[in-house]
Write a protein that binds this ligand. Structure first.
Ligand code: ASP
Length: 317
């Protein structure tokens, strides 16, 4: 038995590739890293890795996290510039006893020292999106729309569970801003005795609920994976509304140790990709329904529209 689940349609090609590893009795950590790298390498997926969304100063600062659910090893990089695969650096750091979350210059020094591939991650398309967004923001006053994180969770045939994330974070974020994605328990969490979860959405709000840990904790206490996702999202959403009057976007995917998966969101249109042993690869599109998330398989039209908007330059995004 094996399963892999990941946030957003952008994970499709990566999940497909990672599934081959899992089908051939490969390792969950390799599967998660492979899927994450494929999204990072694809310049059309504009909020992760190469071609990622720039910050306020037109600088691409990337965040990534990784957790090995067998060893509980956690690694993360935050605000790293010009390395091709932040998720691989995070995975490498998850093998360290100490100094396993590195930010900025320290992360870059470590990555250089370890021989990770350097790459200019700011593309012409990202520069155009940046300029367009600056114009748009003068009218809307809302710079932060249009971000997404790839979060991947997998269980392999030996019962090993891993989770990882990668993102450029919020579009036009302040230099040095760090979201939930490299923060263990918020952006990702994995425990081979129970399951794993990953998050995407407004990092500042996801972190307030340590949402990935909360999902795994709920599973540990006996909730099924779908209930754990739904309850964690709706409890955090309600808490944020009570305390602050509003809640940002909160979306999650998770698996349990038996290869079951779940997803939950407080927005319409969150998509995720799943592949399980003996099943076809599936892309689901979700609907938030008062604390319970429903989802259906993406239609041909939806998939075609996704490709046309995501490979467009600037006019369509
Ligand atoms: N959670 C990410 C962040 O706040 C962005 C996203 O997933 O949309 O950096």
């Amino acid at each position: 038995m094996w399963t892999i689940v990941a946030t957003w349609r952008m994970a499709l090609e990566g999940v497909q590739e990672a599934s081959k590893i899992l089908a051939e009795q490969g390792d969950a950590c390799d599967a998660v890293e492979t899927a994450g790298k494929m999204v990072e390498d694809n310049q059309w997926y504009k909020s992760v890795g190469f071609g990622g969304l720039p910050n306020e100063e037109m600088d691409v600062e990337l965040d990534a996290g990784f957790m090995n659910g067998n060893t509980m090893g956690v690694g993360a990089v935050a605000g790293i510039h010009d390395f091709a695969n932040p998720i691989s650096i995070a995975r490498r750091l998850s093998r360290e006893e100490t100094n396993c979350m590195l930010a900025g210059l320290g992360a870059e020094r470590f990555a250089s020292h370890e021989g990770f591939e350097r790459k200019n991650m700011l593309t012409d398309r990202a520069k155009r999106l940046y300029r367009e967004k600056i114009q748009e923001t003068k009218q809307t006053q809302n710079p932060y729309k249009g971000h997404d994180t790839v979060g991947i969770a997998a269980v392999d045939q030996n019962g090993k569970i891993a989770a990882g994330t990668s993102t450029s974070g919020l579009f036009l974020k302040k230099p040095g801003r760090i979201g939930d994605s490299p923060v263990v328990g918020s952006g990702f969490y994995a425990d081979s005795e129970t399951g794993a979860a990953c998050a995407t959405g407004l990092g500042e709000d996801l972190m307030k609920g340590c949402i990935s840990y909360e999902i795994v904790r709920r599973m540990k206490d006996g909730e099924g994976v779908q209930d754990a996702c739904d309850h964690a999202v709706s409890a955090l959403e309600q808490k944020l509304r009570r305390s602050r009057g509003k809640a940002g976007d909160l979306s999650v995917v998770a698996i349990d140790k038996n290869g079951n998966y779940g997803a939950a969101t407080n927005i319409d249109g969150f998509s995720f990709v799943v592949m399980k042993e003996n099943e076809e690869l599936k892309v689901f599109v979700t609907k938030a329904n008062n604390g319970h998330t429903t989802y259906s398989e993406a239609s041909e039209e939806w998939l075609a529209e996704y490709m046309s908007t995501h490979s467009a330059l600037v006019e369509k995004k």
